[in-house]
Ligand binder design. Structure first.
Ligand code: ASP
Ligand code: MG
Length: 441
């Protein structure tokens, strides 16, 4: 069994969907389960339309335009999506009447992207002679908690998915990525880009031989190809390296998607729909064996850095516990931390919760807040590479007049992180990329 996920760009239009059909055809001697995202741009449009409706600006035509255009390209009959169009129209009208948009309702609206795309794609594949049938993920046993916008599966997916699938016979299920349902019947989403996670959860439950994530780059790259024109493909890397990269916005994989395949030891392949002959990136337990000393450079921009300075921190047990209990209570997610005897710096995203947390943190010490910062994460196959490598990261940046303001490398960590200003990001990444990737190991 192989689980294959096609992202929004892979199903963006007829030309792309034809490539998808070919990839599925070529694997037709194996059992396959396909996870699909919404067509590119549809989820964002749905979310925007819901927000506009909540402000009294109802525009159903705009909400449905892209989906209708794709149906037209594929010659898919109106009847295929008629009931979903009606349901979405009623929902958006309702939102515009009550002028209210809860997280639960937003998930409900966002779910239409995948619910529509799987129906249209399965219909189109059937026209090509494939035994494809569309499913909403919950019909195949993916139930979640009620954490709208970032839902996670209830543990019984491991039993439910294989049981339900066994009853299906020999078909190719085309399943919604991104969405699930809670036990009260409310539709939930796993978070933006969540289809990767749907795919790896299905792969885990089905003990698949492999899981393939198809998108629009040649696998995972040594840096963001949008920023670095000579970014290189990474042929192979470990789950650990991939997790660090995903967490720091490498944009290829959803950060939580590595966990299920790591647990189940299922090889994960990242492939390019536009270059299906390219081997992409294979992710397994094995460290990467690239001839370069690091694996990849990722970054996450628009971060806020808080520094708390307090002499009370010096030889005082429990200071960090006090700080983190405030952060925990306000649900602040911290990516990077660095401490000295009397000060602690951490990075997070600006939010109203952070404002509230800062009021409490001010009681623990002097708080300094700076915004518009980028975390650069340099990931290597193992920690020795940082200790032994001749590239001096700070010197490379200094050379370009870029100040690295905070540095973090955990004990035996494979991820060296530092902070630069947002506006320096392109310069910083390109100088680091050429320093590391022009030198053979
Ligand atoms: N359609 C969803 C999004 O745009 C999920 C996904 O594509 O993975 O975020
Ligand atoms: Mg994606």
């Amino acid at each position: 069994m192989i689980v294959i996920k096609f992202g929004g760009s892979s199903v963006a239009n007829r030309e792309q969907i034809d490539k998808v059909a070919k990839i599925i055809q070529e694997r037709s001697e194996q059992s396959q389960l396909i996870i699909c995202s919404a067509h590119q741009g549809v989820t964002t449009q749905l979310i925007d339309s819901a927000k506009a409706a909540a402000e009294g600006n109802l525009d159903i035509t705009k909400a449905l335009a892209r989906q209708k255009q794709i149906c037209l390209e594929l010659n898919c009959p109106e009847t295929c999506l008629k009931s979903l169009y009606e349901e979405l129209t009623t929902l958006l009208r309702g939102i515009s009447l009550v002028r209210e948009l809860s997280k639960r309702t937003l998930d409900y609206v966002a779910s239409f992207g995948e619910r529509m795309s799987v129906r249209v794609i399965a219909w189109y594949l059937r026209q090509q002679g494939l035994e494809a049938l569309p499913f909403d993920a919950w019909e195949l046993g993916l139930l979640t908690d009620s954490n709208f916008g970032a839902a996670r599966p209830l543990p019984n997916y491991l039993q439910e998915i294989p049981t339900r699938l066994q009853q299906m016979g020999k078909i190719i299920p085309i399943v919604t990525g991104f969405i699930g349902k809670d036990i009260n019947g409310n539709i939930t989403t796993l978070g933006r880009n969540g289809s990767d996670l749907s795919a790896t959860l299905f792969a885990e439950a089905l003990q698949a031989d492999s899981c393939e994530i198809w998108s629009d780059t040649n696998g995972v790259m040594s840096a963001d190809p949008g920023l670095i024109s000579d970014a290189r493909n990474i042929p192979q890397m470990s789950f650990r390296e991939a997790s660090e990269l995903a967490r720091f916005g490498s944009r290829i994989l959803h950060p939580a998607s590595l966990e299920p395949v790591t647990r189940a030891e299922i090889p994960l392949r990242v492939m390019n729909t536009n270059a299906p002959e390219h081997p992409g990136t294979l992710i397994t337990h094995e460290d990467s064996s690239s001839r370069y000393s690091i694996t990849s450079i990722a970054y996450k921009e628009r971060q806020t850095i808080i520094t708390i300075t307090s002499s009370a921190m010096f030889q005082h047990a429990g200071f960090l516990a006090d700080v983190f209990s405030v952060l925990g209570r306000h649900q602040i997610i911290v990516d990077m931390i660095s401490t000295s005897e009397i000060s602690l710096s951490f990075s997070t995203e600006s939010s109203p919760q952070l404002e509230r947390a800062l009021e409490e943190l001010a009681r623990l010490g002097n708080c300094n807040v700076v915004t518009d910062k980028t975390i650069i994460a340099i990931v290597a196959p193992n920690h020795n590479h940082f200790l032994r490598h001749e590239v001096n990261v700070l010197a490379v940046l200094q050379d370009k007049q870029i100040d690295a303001e905070m540095l973090s490398l955990g004990y035996q960590s494979i991820n060296l992180m530092l902070i630069v200003d947002d506006f320096q990001i392109a310069k910083a990444i390109s100088s680091l990329h050429s320093a590391f990737f022009s030198q053979p190991e």
